[in-house]
Design a protein around this ligand. Sequence first.
Ligand SMILES: Cc1cc2nc3c(=O)[nH]c(=O)nc-3n(C[C@H](O)[C@H](O)[C@H](O)COP(=O)(O)OP(=O)(O)OC[C@H]3O[C@@H](n4cnc5c(N)ncnc54)[C@H](O)[C@@H]3O)c2cc1C
Length: 295
Amino acid sequence: MEFFSLAEQEQIAVTAQAEMSRLTTFRIGGPCRWLMEPDTEEKLLRALALCRQTKTPHMLLGNGSNLLVSDEGIDGAVIRTCRLKSIIRNENLLTAQCGVPLNVLCRYAAENGLSGLEFAYGIPGTVGGAAVMNAGAYGGELAQVCTAVRAVDSCGTVHVYRGEELGFGYRRSAFADKTVLDIQVQLQPDEPGAIFARMEDYMNRRREKQPLEWPSAGSVFKRPEGYFAGALIEQAGLKGCCVGGACVSEKHAGFIVNKGGATCGDVRALIEQVRQTVHKQFGVALECEIRFCGK
Ligand SMILES: Cc1cc2nc3c(=O)[nH]c(=O)nc-3n(C[C@H](O)[C@H](O)[C@H](O)COP(=O)(O)OP(=O)(O)OC[C@H]3O[C@@H](n4cnc5c(N)ncnc54)[C@H](O)[C@@H]3O)c2cc1C
């Protein structure tokens, strides 16, 4: 039986040839062969099992805010987590499913008088993507509050990872090759008003410094030891430099923005140009933070 029918039989919402440009914040990327959007954890597990049984390559997709997808698309299944959105509170501990947007989790925490996640307000990802990337900003990162992650390994076994097993480091974790189901964050009681004020302050700083008016995938490069990628790119005179529709942002040189019709090829060519120029001028090798996927 065809993959599509098997997915339907499992009652998993499935679409053929879904355009990834609609599902990524860069607004770039050709179609994936199958898009699956499970609305329960059980269906997510069945979707993973189906991919394993049919030997269909697959990847997880949160909000697509750290991805650059090939113009030729993805020859396999994309499992999008946007329908898995439960949050459970147990005193100061929150358990959030992988598809919960970080902003929703931050607001939930603030409304419940729980502090610790303010740094994440404005990061346009989901809990799953944030766990994989150990998302962070303004001196905070998920590793500081995340005490456990429930994830599925490549054999389909569900484990709870804690402490060292979480493998958190700068923009990395133990979950790159796993499927995050949910995470636990341990927070501290505080006044909701004070928490919201800190969140608003971080959001204002983003609005001021980041080119939020254009599609992008955030900071393209990791912070090189002892430097800031954006500052090096700016000093190299690359602000406003474009390849096709992809441009180094005038507002924040660490961002590449899609000024209209940018292709994956445009972005990759621009990234290469930036890396070579920065390396030549400063001897610093920039490493990509955004992830490439597809053909
Ligand atoms: C304007 C803007 C600002 C940003 N600011 C920041 C910032 O301040 N700090 C920061 O750290 N990042 C920032 N980012 C990048 C991005 O938002 C984060 O990396 C975020 O954590 C990615 O989450 P996502 O759900 O969009 O993941 P996606 O982009 O969908 O996926 C990222 C990776 O995680 C994997 N993945 C997603 N969900 C799961 C899951 N459930 N299980 C296993 N793997 C999964 C994907 O396969 C992929 O490899 C910014 C991006 C933009 C566009």
